[in-house]
Ligand binder design. Structure first.
Ligand code: ASP
Ligand code: MG
Length: 403
């Protein structure tokens, strides 16, 4: 089998862990597999490099930052190849330039465009384990780029897709994808399988096990993906295309406390107002999540919406600057809110899921401030102080009893 094995920064943080991982790789190699190993930078290396850059020049150009950050992954792959050689197996490390991982030129957030396979195939044919830097690419000017924080997952999935690998294993410090954050919901448990779409929703809701774009890519190219622990032999979670029959009603309950709500009051009730508000925000790169508009009364209406807590001040400033043009009477905001969401592929074909969720919240005496739904997700906005209780109640209702 051709397998891509990706290890995150904590899994290769020091010499002991590098050898622990190397032994795993050797086991798989001795079973006769052809292996591509993709690595992140050791431990907190990427953060430390960013700090170093800030000491020198807080406004450093993104090109130079990428040049610097890419060295973290380069250290990991060289060290891993040395460890593998020490264990008596042939290995070679390659960076993005050497194996031809071509990307766009958007420094710090580049996208992989294509991967040349000649060098990798040559090394695999020579029975080498090929250890490749995650997180980096090279653009058409031969400049080094990086793919965005957490981007090594995407490197691994892209390699698996391009080389038609039988399997892409993402090794991390948790043992799979959970139904909720175990620190908040005690009864959270590991999922054995989850669909690409559900995983994408969970990833964008803040379940940080997989880089968003890696899941998008895996779905697009139907890559067999497994998320598992680098420290245990547990089976982990398989991420794949699920048939309608396999789909769980609810796979996961997510809690996001980094949200804020803004209400723009007494706007004119006429065409173009929503467009004006959200286009100004979009132009300033503030993304908006749940939106609610009140019914018009006496020719006015209110529009409220949520933004990431970090964007609150920016959003308020922009709205204030455009007060004349938008013609509202006042703006209210609330930071003490949290978003609780359920995600599940089975929802699309089952009526009454929303009602059951609201019932669970009602039983806990929790007030709902806003609601938004999609085919496979329902989100509610509640008081931040109620968030953990809400997550537990909803988890209990949908997941705890299901098996
Ligand atoms: N080392 C990079 C980061 O810390 C990429 C990764 O770990 O996936 O974001
Ligand atoms: Mg990661």
């Amino acid at each position: 089998m051709l397998i891509v094995m990706k290890f995150g920064g904590t899994s290769v943080a020091n010499a002991e862990r590098i050898f622990n991982v190397a032994n795993r790789i050797v086991d798989s190699y001795r079973k006769g597999n052809k292996l591509i190993v993709v690595l992140s930078a050791q431990g907190d290396t990427t953060d430390e490099l960013i700090e170093k850059a800030n000491e020198i020049n807080p406004d450093a150009s993104k090109r130079e930052l990428d040049m610097l950050l890419s060295t973290g992954e380069q250290q990991s792959v060289a060290l891993m190849a040395m460890a593998l050689q020490k264990l008596g197996v042939p290995a070679v490390s390659l960076n993005a330039q050497q194996c031809g991982i071509f990307s766009t030129s958007t420094h710090s957030n580049a996208r992989i465009k294509n991967i040349a396979t000649e060098r990798i195939s040559k090394e695999l044919d020579a029975k080498n384990i090929v250890v490749i830097t995650g997180f980096q690419g090279v653009d058409r000017n031969d400049d080094i780029t990086t793919l965005g924080r957490g981007g090594s997952d995407t490197s691994a999935v892209a390699l698996a897709a391009k080389l038609n690998a039988d399997l892409c294993e993402i090794y991390t410090d948790v043992d799979g994808v959970y139904t909720s954050d175990p620190r908040i919901v005690k009864s959270a448990r590991k999922l054995s399988v989850i669909g690409y779409d559900e995983m994408l929703e969970l990833a964008s809701l803040g379940a940080k096990v997989l880089h968003n774009r890696s899941v998008e890519l895996a779905k697009k190219y139907n890559v067999n993906l497994v998320v598992r622990s680098s420290l245990t032999n547990d089976e982990g979670t398989i991420v794949k295309e699920e048939s309608a029959l396999e789909k769980m009603l609810v796979n996961g309950v997510a809690v996001d406390k980094d949200v804020a709500r803004i209400a723009v009051c007494n706007l004119k009730d006429e065409p173009g107002i929503a467009f004006a508000i959200f286009s100004i925000l979009a132009k300033n790169k503030v993304s908006v999540d749940i939106i609610l508009q009140s019914i018009g009364r006496k020719n006015t209406k209110d529009i409220s919406f949520t933004v990431a807590a970090g964007d609150l001040n920016e959003a308020l400033k922009i709205l204030e600057e455009n007060k004349q043009r938008l013609g509202y009477s006042e703006i209210l905001h609330d930071e003490e809110v949290a978003k609780v969401s359920i995600v599940g592929g089975g929802m699309a074909t089952n009526a009454g899921v929303a009602a059951s969720m609201f019932e669970a919240l009602y039983n806990e005496g929790i007030n709902i401030k806003m609601i938004s739904t999609s085919e496979i997700k329902i989100s509610v906005l509640v008081s931040e102080k109620d968030a953990d209780r809400a997550a537990n109640a909803v988890h209990e209702k949908f997941i705890f009893n299901e098996k």
